[in-house]
Design a protein around this ligand. Structure first.
Ligand code: NAD
Length: 554
C-alpha cells in the first residue's frame, strides 16, 4: 500500500496553515489560548478543549507541572518538550522565571542532559552535519526550514563544558545557547540555528553505547577536519551571508586555530574565549569597585591555560593597555598555571596560545606554591578540575589580600574549583566570589553572602543582538571589551553590598539591550556596520527584541 500523510493541510487566506498543522507548528501554536474567532476561522473547533486560557494561565500550568518533576533532568526534558510544542509559551515561562529556569536550560543541567542525550533523545532539534555529508553540506543547510538565518551556534562536541568529548550528544549546548540568545537578549528564535558538526568521537564509552546518536568513528583530524569545517563555513556564507557564526565548545587544539582563521574573514566569535573574557573582565571591574583597587595594579593568576584562561587574560591585557600600561607590562600581570604547573619561559613544548604569558620566573609545580610566589590579588579557576582551590590556597589568598577576588568558573557545578561556602569560609568572609554555575547564598558568621554567577549569558546574547541588529560584518575583541565595561556599569551599589559582581538575572533583558548598544557603537565607529546608524541605538535595540506574547492571527 502506498504510504501517504494522514494529514491534509488546508491554508487560511492569510497564508497560515490551519487545524492540526497549525497546532503542530511550535512557532504558531497557542494551545488552549486560541481565541473563539481563531478557532472558527482556522479550523480548530473540536481539536481543542472548549475553555480558552490566557498565556498567564498557561504559564501557571507549565510551572505546576515543571515543579512537580522529580529531578532537574526531568525538568529539562519537560521544558524541551514545551519548546517543541509551543515556542512562545516556552519563552514566556523562561523569561518570566529566568533565575529558576536558567540552571535547567543551561549549566549545570544542560551538562547532565548532554551526558544523557542518547538516552533521553525524543526528537531532533537543530542541524546535525556529519562527516558523511562532506561534499554536500550546502544541500544539508538547504534542508533547514527557515529561510533567513542570522544566528548560528556551532559545536563539534569535543569540549562540552568541562565534561570533555561528548560527540554529537553535545547538541544540547548550541540548542541551550540559542535559547539564551532569545530569552536574555530577544534574538528572534525564527532566525536561530543550532548546528553540530559530527566529525566522530574519541569517547570510547559513546562508541560502545548502542543508544549513541552520532557517528561511530574516531574524530576527523588534520586536513580532513579543516576541509570539513571550511566547507561548512563556505556553505553558510553562500546561503546566509549575514549570519553570525558563534563557535562553541570546540577543544582548544581547534578553537584558537579556527578563531584565528575566520575572525577577520567572516562574522564570527568564540564564546569560550571572547565571551568568557567579557564576563570575567566585567566581574573584575565590579570587584574593583569593592576593593577600591585599580586594574593596572592587579596581579591575576589563572588555574587553567585553555580557551577561558587565555581569553580572559587577553581581555584583561586589552583593558590594562587602555588604562595606560604597555602590552608587555600588562601581560606580566597575568600568570597562567596549567596541568603541568606554572607557565614560565623555561618550560618547553608550550602551546602557542600560552606563549605570550610564559614569563621569566621560577617554575612552580602547583597552585599553592604559585599563589605563594606570585601573590595574586585575583585568582581565576578555568581548569575544569574541581576542589583545586584548596583551603591552603584560599587561606593564602586571604593572607595576601584584604578582599581576595576568587572566581571559580569551571562548569558544571561538579567541576567548580571550590564551592561558594568554601570560598567564604576559608577567607573568613572576605572573598569576592563568583562561579560559572550557580551556588546558593551562603550564611557565614551571621552574614549572608550572595555569590555572583560569571555566566557568559550576561555577554554573548547582548553582543549577538548588537551584531545582528546593525548587521555587523565582523565581531571584534573591542566589542567584548566595551560589552564588559557596559555590563559592569549595570551593577548597582546595592548589588555590591551583597558582594554581587553581576546584576541579578532578572534584569538580563535590559542589561542585554545595553550590551547590544555598546557592541553596535563599536561596529558603527569602526565602519563595520551594514545598516545606517539609528538615532537612538538603545531604543532601536529594544525595538528589535523578540516578544513571546501571542499575536492575534485573525
Ligand atoms: P580548555 O580545555 O581549553 O582548558 C583547560 C585548561 O585547564 C588547560 O590549560 C589545562 O592544561 C588546564 N588544566 C587541566 N587540569 C588542570 C589541573 N589539574 N591543574 C591546572 N590546570 C589544569 O577548557 P576551557 O574552554 O578553558 O574551559 C575550562 C573550564 O572553564 C570548563 O569547565 C568550562 O566549562 C569553564 N568555562 C566557564 C565559563 C564561565 O563560567 N563563564 C566560560 C568558559 C569556560
Amino acid at each position: 500500500m502506498e504510504e501517504r500523510s494522514r494529514h491534509k493541510v488546508i491554508y487560511h487566506k492569510s497564508g497560515l496553515p490551519t487545524g492540526f498543522a497549525l497546532l503542530n507548528d511550535p512557532a504558531l501554536n497557542k494551545g488552549t489560548a486560541f481565541t473563539e474567532n481563531e478557532r472558527n476561522e482556522l479550523n480548530l473547533r473540536g481539536l481543542l478543549p472548549p475553555h480558552i486560557h490566557t498565556q498567564e494561565e498557561q504559564v501557571e500550568r507549565v510551572l505546576v507541572n515543571y515543579r512537580a518533576k522529580p529531578n532537574d533532568l526531568e525538568k529539562y526534558i519537560f521544558m524541551m518538550g514545551l519548546q517543541g510544542r509551543n515556542e512562545r509559551l516556552f519563552y514566556r515561562v523562561v523569561m518570566s522565571h529566568i533565575e529558576e529556569l536558567m540552571p535547567i536550560i543551561y549549566t549545570p543541567t544542560v551538562g547532565k542532559a548532554c551526558q544523557e542525550y542518547g538516552n533521553i533523545f525524543r526528537r531532533p532539534r537543530g542541524l546535525f552535519i556529519s562527516a558523511n555529508d562532506k561534499g554536500f553540506i550546502l544541500d544539508v543547510l538547504k534542508n533547514w526550514p527557515q529561510q533567513d538565518v542570522r544566528c548560528i551556534v556551532v559545536t563539534d562536541g569535543e569540549r562540552i563544558l568541562g565534561l570533555g568529548d561528548l560527540g554529537a550528544d553535545g547538541m544540547g549546548i548550541p540548542v541551550g545557547k540559542l535559547v539564551l540568545y532569545s530569552a536574555c537578549a530577544g534574538v528572534d528564535p525564527a532566525v536561530c540555528l543550532p548546528v553540530t558538526l559530527d566529525v566522530g568521537t574519541d569517547n570510547a564509552s559513546l562508541l560502545n553505547n548502542p543508544l549513541y546518536i552520532g557517528l561511530k568513528q574516531p574524530r576527523l583530524r588534520g586536513e580532513a577536519y579543516d576541509e570539513f569545517v571550511d566547507e561548512f563555513i563556505q556553505a553558510v556564507l553562500k546561503l546566509w551571508p549575514k549570519a553570525l557564526v558563534q563557535l562553541e565548545d570546540f577543544a582548544n587544539i581547534n578553537a584558537f586555530r579556527l578563531l584565528d582563521k575566520y575572525k577577520n574573514r567572516i562574522c564570527t566569535f568564540d564564546d569560550d574565549i571572547q565571551g568568557t573574557g567579557g564576563v570575567a573582565l566585567a566581574g573584575i571591574y565590579s570587584a574593583l569597585r569593592i576593593t577600591k583597587g585599580k586594574l593596572i595594579d592587579q596581579r591575576v593568576l589563572f588555574l587553567g591555560a585553555g580557551e577561558a584562561g587565555v581569553g580572559i587574560a587577553d581581555l584583561i591585557v586589552a583593558a590594562m593597555i587602555d588604562e595606560g600600561l604597555s602590552e608587555s607590562e600588562a601581560r606580566r600581570r597575568c600568570w597562567l598555571l596549567d596541568s603541568k604547573g606554572l607557565v614560565v619561559k623555561k618550560r618547553t613544548h608550550l602551546a602557542e596560545h600560552k606563549l605570550p604569558y610564559a614569563h621569566d620566573g621560577e617554575f612552580q609545580p602547583d597552585l599553592e606554591s604559585a599563589v605563594k610566589a606570585i601573590k595574586p590579588n585575583i585568582l581565576i579557576g578555568c581548569s575544569g578540575k574541581p576542589s583545586t582551590f584548596t583551603r591552603a590556597v584560599l587561606e593564602e589568598m586571604g593572607k595576601n589580600n584584604e578582599r581576595p577576588v576568587v572566581f571559580a568558573l569551571s562548569n558544571p557545578t561538579s567541576k567548580a574549583e571550590c564551592t561558594a561556602q568554601e570560598a567564604y569560609t576559608w577567607t573568613d568572609g572576605r572573598a569576592i566570589f563568583a562561579s560559572g554555575s550557580p551556588f546558593q547564598p551562603v550564611s557565614y558568621k551571621g552574614k549572608t553572602y550572595v555569590p555572583g554567577q560569571g555566566n557568559n549569558a550576561y555577554v554573548f546574547p547582548g553582543v549577538g543582538l548588537g551584531v545582528i541588529a546593525c548587521e555587523a560584518k565582523r565581531v571584534t575583541d573591542e566589542m567584548f571589551f566595551h560589552a564588559a565595561k557596559a555590563l559592569a556599569k549595570t551593577v548597582t551599589s546595592d548589588d555590591l553590598t551583597f558582594g554581587l559582581v553581576y546584576p541579578p538575572l532578572t534584569r538580563i533583558r535590559e542589561v542585554s539591550a545595553v550590551i547590544a548598544t555598546a557592541t553596535a557603537e563599536v561596529a558603527y565607529e569602526r565602519g563595520l556596520a551594514g545598516k545606517p546608524r539609528p538615532e537612538n541605538i538603545l531604543s532601536y535595540m529594544r525595538s528589535q527584541m523578540y516578544d513571546p506574547s501571542y499575536p492575534k492571527f485573525v
